[in-house]
Structure formats: C-alpha cells, structure tokens
Design a protein around this ligand. Sequence first.
Ligand code: CA
Length: 231
Amino acid sequence: MSVETRVRPVILIVEDEESYRDALDIGLGVEGFVVVGARTIAEARQQLTVRKPDLVLLDVMLPDGSGLDFCRELYDTTRLPVVMVTARSSEVDVVVGLEIGAADYVTKPFRLRELVARIRAVLRRPVTEDDHEVIAFGDLRIDLARRTVARRGTEVDLSRKEFDLLALLASRLGQVVTREACLDALWWGLDLADTRTLDTHVKRLRQKVEDDPAHPRHLVTVRGVGFRLDP
Ligand code: CA
C-alpha cells in the first residue's frame, strides 16, 4: 500500500516543549496528519507499543535522554523514518555527521510549511517495510525490512552479522556468493575478519536455520568459491 492511498499518515511527535507539541498537533492535523504526542523517550516507547506511526518527529534534547541515541535505536529496531528536530545549528552537524539513521532534520524555529514539505518528502520515499522485502522458502521467512527471520513461524534469534550474511545470500537465492563478496559485505572490505571468522558465522547460522547443520539443505558450501542459499 503506498503512502498516498493511506488516508491519514500517523506522526509521532517526541517533544518536551508543550508549545511546540501543541502547535504541531494543530498544524499537522490541519495538513491531514494524525498526530500522536510524547514528552519523553519513555512515553514514545510506550506509544510505539500501542501503534506504529508512519514517521517520528524527534527532538534532540529530551528530559530522559538524547534524541540522537533514540534515533539510532529506532533505526536499528524499527526502521521507522525519523525527522530530527534540532534547537541549535551546532546540533545539525551532529545529526548529519553521525550515522544515526535519521531521514531528515529541521532546525528550530521552523516554518510549518517547511516541516510538512519534508515530512511528505520522507513519506514518499520507497517504503522498505513492504511485503516485497520478504523472502520466504521452505520453512524460512526472511523479512529484510524488519531484519527478522522466522523458522516454521517462530522467530530465530540472529546476530547482526548472521542476519547480514543470510540476507546477502537470500538476495541471490540459488546463486553462489564468493567468500570475498561475503567478507566485503559483512566487514565492508576492512581487514577486520579473516575467512575463518566467516566460517564461524556460517556455522552458527546453520545451527539456527538448518534441521541438520552438519548436512545443510539451504546454506550450502561451494568448495573453494563461497556459499549458496538454496530454496
Ligand atoms: Ca527539548
């Protein structure tokens, strides 16, 4: 479902300044958004358990923590698009410089028109949480957007690297992926891991997704070349 066909996108505003929250509540409401407010990170977490917003508008300075840290957490756990709200231009460098996963940012004071334009632009970006991002075969279901793997309907607990490796192989289902390509993708070509480390990850992954890890049916070794994920 594209964003345009949704009647009213839900925006979660995490902001401790009541005047801003109230102004945005009214302003964004007029623009056709449903606004949900949170004063603290704790309240935001609570809201997220109740409903999933389409976008999070997140202040940097919050009473119970840093919006930057929370932004990174949201990116890692939900992939929800986040627009950061900075109070000082000095914070902009931090928002832009750090890889916290923010989709965009605005600086206070901002015009409602500008904010709405940015929110709409972010919402128009390709939606990653989509059925197309799911690769399913056999008893495995790999949700690339949510970074989850389920086996016979039960979620499998994978480390970040294990998931990255599985996702890489799944993106080329049935094709050989070389050891070099795996090392490049998982460790960005940096000299952080050798081929033994890769084998360790493959082994652990097999223990989690294969019925018989010693005789893998899906995650196959192609001797001297690399690995292949068979459906
Ligand atoms: Ca604040």
